[in-house]
Design a protein around this ligand. Sequence first.
Ligand code: SF4
Length: 235
Amino acid sequence: MKKVRKPSPAERLRRMHDRLAAAYGPQHWWPAQTPFEVVLGAYLTQNTAWKAVERSLANLREAGALTLDGLWSLPLVDLQELIRPSGFHSRKAPALLAFVSMLDEEFGGSLETLAAAPTAALRQRLLALPGVGPETADAILLYALHHPVPVADEYLRRIAGRHQLLTPQPGRKGYEALVELTRQAFASDPPASHARFFNEFHALAVAVGKAHCGRTARCEGCPLASDLRLVGKSE
Ligand code: SF4
């Protein structure tokens, strides 16, 4: 009898994308009207639910601060007050102003000019800013600047852990392993489609995480449940 090859973790992740896309459809991320709003959202959503971010963005919109000039003209204390709903406002406000300052001084205040920099150099520059970790840097790269980089988050870490896609299991410091696995999953797809796939996959991982794979896994009815058989877990 012909032996059936077990799919690799990257192949399984690629199939997970297809199952999630079939179950949930296009996600239309990131929820923002402009690339600058994406940047603001990427900072504000750190350790915070998106509903709270929406309240901060609404405050900024009302204050005319959803543009580079608008944000730049705000005193620090006012900015802190406007973004208070999304938490950690005393840390996030100076971090946002540091981004705006970098954009102004090094890239002529233009997100297009920033986006034209090579991906690796740009990622390093973003990571050197205060308050920017890998997830925030990659979210800005992908969703605001349209560079083909994967984004990983807590939901993907849970999915990869529960489906035993990585050895050792991804802990708090497993971010780079998760993005590398995602990169491998889409490596056979045309390079021109990578940004679109990474965009959609991150949004789909959040969708299944919210619906099924939170702190407690609710596997019944989950679009990814059939994959659990590969690791000897029941659905
Ligand atoms: S809820 Fe269960 S089946 Fe769904 S992603 Fe999480 S572990 Fe997998």
